[in-house]
Design a binder for this molecule. Sequence first.
Ligand SMILES: *[C@@H]1O[C@H](CO)[C@@H](O)[C@H](O)[C@H]1NC(C)=O
Length: 310
Amino acid sequence: MKMNPWTLSVLLLLPGPLGADPDWHVEYPDSFCVVEGSTTTIPCSFTHPAGLRVERVVWCTNNEFCHSSTPNVYDSSNFRADIRFQYLGDLVRNCTLKIIKTKKRDAARYHFRFETNGRGFTGRKGVNVTVTDGEDVKVRSSVTDHVVKEGGQVTLTCTSACSFHQLDVHWYRNGHALSEKGHALHLSSLTNNNTGDYTCSLDSSGLKTSAPWSLVVGEDEGRYARRVAVPVVSVVLAVFFLLLAGLVFAKRRHAQKKASEVIQKQEVDCKQEAVGASEEVSYSTVHFKRNSSRSAPGPEHEIVYSEVVH
Ligand SMILES: *[C@@H]1O[C@H](CO)[C@@H](O)[C@H](O)[C@H]1NC(C)=O
């Protein structure tokens, strides 16, 4: 049976077994999540009938046919495409796309198209790329309690709404980078050195960092209780002695004050008598001083007087 090209293309566009052609195929994940600012690769592979040579490969967005009029993020026959999109694939079967420093606006449905010396084919299903801001990055723990016994073990997992199998996960304790990489951090034979605040980050810049998860490697409960109880009892005792000392001091001061008031009263009585006496003394002093100050300019007055007379 001979099919005209139009019928053939209609059959190819039909979903289901009738439209599926095992010779022409693009394979990529249904959806792909990328953390904003990170660099990722979208895995992709394609097949075409043997004997054909691929001449052009295109990645486009939001158009299931990738017609030449639609905006491309990558086009092997055109160099003006965005340099943040790099084609890591080849012209044989690998169509992996790398997105560098993913931006919010990169979120779209991406399609891959290849054109051969015969005809072209677009992976119509596309891959839905979502971009998250990474605020949902969390540390999850294999244990619910934050206090883990010495010698025990715990596995911390870095999670996000994004699947980030393509990304490096970095771990930090109290803000200092740990050498361990990967989405799970396994800590065993725990010692007090493992105590701290753990965070994970989805890129090396540390921008998409989780909230801290506190791990306390506890000694056995008796020691733990003593470690808590001793300072508490010390503080209570210290406060008690301070209060006691304050009370004694206050009492003493009160007694001293009373005693000094009595003394002061007696002193006041004495002073009053003394003031009476000193008033007489000062009176006579003033009297005497007046006399002496008047007598001092005596000669000047006399001189002036004699001048007026002349
Ligand atoms: C396709 O190319 C990428 C980048 O070079 C590589 O990591 C990946 O393994 C390749 N995939 C296949 C199926 O060969």
